[in-house]
Ligand binder design. Structure first.
Ligand code: GLU
Length: 417
């Protein structure tokens, strides 16, 4: 049967609901996205031709606040993936205890195949087509795989032009010049680094003796790798779509990040003394202390879970591990810090950005990072404690907290009318 990430969401929710002792009516509504919008986006290409791109914006929940979540540009985007990503945002925001529901958007496009001008036209037309359902108090997009601060800037401008006034709070992850927050660019990776440090400490692992493998050297993976390198860990394996590299003595992560920061540069073109070229699978299966999957969904599944040799997994990506793989890893004694906790640093700083925009304030980077650290610390410890107390995995622990918060808000709001 083909992998459907939304089935993964439902199975995880059912598991948590059972432990919490909820009756089906109490959490039935959580199983469905509140609103799904599909759009066909016509774009004039540079050569004069017209192409129509499929796009989506799904609002899974607005029970705890406006929908919140990124927009993905990737050739494999589909409705079920966007639905799953939207639901994960609901639970992520609930674990972080920030006043948002969950949403996600996506466009079926390989952004590396478009010129910057084409990307801008696609973004502006897509924004106009989802404009009726987004807004600072309705649904607030942000970057995700294949999008970045420039794309957020175009969304901000398009929405502002349609409204007749500047509306920075409609989107987060913007350029600083347009009201973006200090620290937002590296917030997801910083959160991953913090969660890796917390779990290592709990397990008695000295970070200076830890080895790290990172799958996916996009924004999340590269920042996680760099910050852990700065903490003294040895990053021995990294990969991107072009394959992986390995060096037992530790890779020169700052040099790799510098190399990859040029648009179009891939790891396959990077050289360093003493590196071995390995496959993406070999990166996932390398014998390290901490594995950070920071690419896409369904990377650790029934087929390869048994071959994973890391002691600890910290999920930088959304949904990299299937529910079947979770059980296999748990039986092998591998400890996994789940996506909705591990990569929540991004949306937490998105929340800070939105708060600054609404108040027309600008916080300094130090203040942002300190607030992020306090939030992560609290979220990690509450998940860790409940998981210990109930004898469940950290993923189930995170869902116990998240689902309870969502269901309690639903209970107090009631079903209208
Ligand atoms: N796309 C990111 C995520 O999956 C960030 C979402 C946001 O900042 O709203 O968490």
């Amino acid at each position: 049967m083909a992998y459907n990430p939304y089935d993964n969401v439902l199975a995880t929710v059912e598991k948590a609901a059972k432990i919490l002792g909820y009756t089906p009516e109490e959490y039935e509504a959580v199983k469905y996205p509140e609103r799904e919008l599909s759009v066909s986006v016509p774009v004039r290409m540079d050569d004069g031709s017209v192409r129509v791109f499929q796009g989506y914006r799904v609002q899974h929940s607005t029970v705890r606040g406006p929908a919140k979540g990124g927009i993905r540009y990737h050739q494999n985007v589909n409705k079920d993936e966007v639905k799953a990503l939207a639901a994960w945002m609901t639970f992520k925001c609930a674990v972080a205890d920030i006043p948002y529901g969950g949403g996600k958007g996506g466009v079926v496009v390989d952004p590396t195949k478009l010129s910057v001008a084409e990307l801008q036209r696609l973004t502006r037309r897509f924004t106009a087509m989802i404009a009726p359902i987004i807004g600072p108090d309705r649904d607030i997009p942000a970057p995700d795989v294949g999008t970045n601060a420039d794309v957020m800037g175009w969304i901000m401008d398009t929405y502002s032009m349609l409204n007749g006034h500047s509306t920075p709070a409609v989107v987060t992850g913007k350029p600083i010049q347009l009201g973006g927050s200090q620290g937002r660019g590296e917030a997801t990776g910083r959160g991953v680094m913090l969660n890796a440090l917390y779990i290592c400490e709990k397990m008695g692992v000295d970070i200076h003796n830890a080895t790290i493998a990172v799958q996916g050297m996009g924004n999340v993976g590269s920042v996680s790798a760099r910050l852990l390198y700065e903490e003294g860990a040895k990053v021995v394996a990294v990969s991107d779509v072009s394959g992986g590299i390995y060096k037992a003595e530790g890779l020169d992560i700052p040099a790799i990040c510098q190399y990859l920061s040029t648009r179009g540069n891939l790891l396959s073109g990077y050289t360093e003394d003493g590196i071995t070229r390995i496959s993406n699978e070999e990166v996932l299966e390398s014998d390290v202390t901490v594995l950070i999957p920071a690419a896409l969904e369904n990377q650790i599944n029934e087929q390869n879970a048994d071959r994973i040799r890391a002691k600890i997994i910290v999920e930088g990506a959304n949904g990299p591990t299937t529910i079947e793989a979770d059980d296999i890893l748990d039986k092998k004694g591998i400890v996994l810090v789940p996506d909705i906790l591990a990569n929540s640093g991004g949306v937490v700083v998105s929340y800070f950005e939105w708060v600054q925009n609404l108040q027309a304030l600008e916080w300094e980077e130090k203040e942002v990072n300190e607030k992020l650290r306090r939030n992560m610390d609290k979220a990690f410890n509450s998940v860790y404690d409940i998981a210990k107390q109930k004898g469940v995995t950290l993923r189930t622990g995170a869902y116990l907290i998240a689902l309870k918060r969502v269901v309690e808000s639903m209970h107090f709001r009631g079903i209208w009318p």
